[in-house]
Write a protein that binds this ligand. Structure first.
Ligand SMILES: CC(C)(COP(=O)(O)OP(=O)(O)OC[C@H]1O[C@@H](n2cnc3c(N)ncnc32)[C@H](O)[C@@H]1OP(=O)(O)O)[C@@H](O)C(=O)NCCC(=O)NCCS
Length: 178
């Protein structure tokens, strides 16, 4: 978690589901170098509401002092067991994928980065997955990270799959702790 004096605490953030009349065109969800490798700017301004209406992903918008500062998109997902650490294997289970809550997109508006908002959304997703797992099988929170964001997710204690490190995007996962 960021520790600068301007850190934003979880209690200062509110959230709600994306609405059709939300407009994020003045916010910046690109990477620091101006690139939009993960397609996040494009997604939130053009696609997110369609994903939500078609049940492909629900987007939650996070607010600080009444202003939107970040978003996260969640879906059901699964992760291949063979790609994970051997210690993750459940010996009695004969399935090749484990169920997870999938973070499809996650981004923080540029001026609000490095203040704990991104990690708060990761922990929020973990607690959502934990609650969900009481009613639907769900063992992990997982995502596909672009290279530039691996460090951030590692700080949030997500684990990379080994083979992913050679590719543009890397699967990362964290087990729900009970
Ligand atoms: C990556 C991103 C979501 C991080 O959000 P954030 O609110 O700045 O993250 P936090 O302030 O919670 O940072 C938590 C920790 O991760 C570190 N961190 C943040 N971004 C990082 C990065 N890109 N690489 C390595 N470490 C990073 C912080 O320094 C902090 O470390 P600390 O605990 O030692 O203080 C944000 O930079 C962003 O939206 N980037 C552009 C979009 C993007 O790349 N999204 C992910 C696509 S898969």
């Amino acid at each position: 978690m960021a520790t600068s004096p301007s850190a934003i605490s979880a209690s200062e953030l509110t959230y709600r589901k994306l609405r059709i009349d939300d407009n994020f065109s003045s916010l910046n969800f690109r990477q620091r170098n101006g690139q939009d490798k993960g397609g996040l700017q494009e997604f939130i301004t053009k696609e997110a509401i369609d994903y939500q209406n078609e049940n492909l992903g629900v987007t939650y918008v996070f607010f600080y002092a009444g202003e939107p500062v970040a978003f996260i998109t969640l879906s059901m997902g699964q992760i291949e067991v063979r790609a994970m650490l051997k210690t993750e294997k459940v010996q009695k289970a004969r399935i090749t994928e484990y169920p997870c809550l999938f973070i499809g997109r996650l981004a923080v508006h540029e001026p609000f980065r490095e203040r704990g908002v991104g990690s708060h959304m990761c922990f929020w997703a973990l607690s959502k997955a934990r609650r969900l797992s009481e009613e639907v099988g769900c063992r992990y929170v997982a995502l596909q990270a672009v290279r530039e964001s691996i460090g951030f997710y590692s700080k949030c204690r997500f684990q990379c799959i080994d083979e992913g490190l050679k590719k543009d995007k890397t699967w990362m996962y964290r087990k729900i702790i009970f």
